[in-house]
Design a protein around this ligand. Sequence first.
Ligand code: GLC
Length: 409
Amino acid sequence: MDRQELETKAREILLTNLRRGIADWNGKYYSFVCPSLRGYPFQWFWDSCFHAIALIHLDHEQAKAELTTLMSGAQPNGFMPHMIFWEMDKQPEFLSRNIVGMTSPNFSATMQPPIIAYAVERVYQATGDQEFLDNALPVLTAFYRWLREARDPDGDGLIAVIQPEEAGTDCSPKYDDILGLEELSNKGFITALRKVYAAYEPMRGDDHRILAADYFHVEDVLVNTIYAMGMRSLARLLGDSPEAAEFNREADKTRDALVEKCWDPGAGAFYDLSGVDEFTVEVVTISSLMPLVLEDLPRPIVETLVEKWLTNPDHFWTPYPLPSVPASSPKFMPGNPHGFIWRGPSWINTNWFLSQGLRRHGYDDVADTIVARSLECIEKSGFREYYNPFTAEGLGARDFGWSTLILDL
Ligand code: GLC
């Protein structure tokens, strides 16, 4: 597929999934791309950031509108929800199949990986729109401060998620033991998740209390890598100012904590920490590689991640890399997961993160191969939610928004 054909197809998807209107519950204008019309009809936080980045290559006004709409959901305390139900008439059907933690009927009480400052930075670089940036900065500053205040109770620079969906990698095997999964299926996952939701019921909305209660308290490597990445973008956007120094300091702190607390030299991988007592979750998944995204990761760690895991055919170097779980894992499920996602197939968003990271560390050839294989997946199977890492078979949702990130690769 040549560039033009790819752009045409991506545009078709983004335009088809485009939702515009005035919300009847808050009177605000919205204009955003939903991940997929069937299954994901609302605005999702990190999906929206990926859509905006893809839209930079197609339509600058829509790229700005996507993020402006997302930021219009920010709350007075700085919190930004993981899902906003702009079109409430679609909610009953969705909630009949899914569970969402809520304190408001119109948006979730949970977060998602905080990539937004990076997305704003990219859209600002592409458009040079100062007003867009000026409107964004207070929202971003409040959001990243909220993350620190609400989600880092031990002040170590690592923020914690309270549910697996907050990390964006919902059913990843790294959460199996924490959740006490009794059956390895989507049904088993939902059953275990419902127990967490029930425990949260009396404290929903009070994140300090929830984290102290210690039901699901994960300092997640993927989330914290993206947190550090976001704060670096924010610091650049803030120019020469005390706030920029604040966020650079915090990004350093997060990077140092990842290296000091999550890096396991024996395994040669990064592991999440679980609970107030910070037990190491010794399960390698795609998030174990994510710190490669950070440009200032120590070189020996970079080399170990790339050589031991990423480019090793026993682990992540499958014909269509990078699988969400290494092929060597007993829990690796490369085929159709029937909703039990993030347990094998390759996703375009993690390929987008990691190919950028690899380039930053001088591995252009490896990045080029990941990009070429991602493109092959799309050529063979269309813009799907994820792909079989051996065959490139398309799986999950069709016409899936963030797979258009290929334009940015
Ligand atoms: C799934 C994914 C999550 C994504 C959402 C919408 O829940 O795990 O990362 O944001 O779908 O696409």
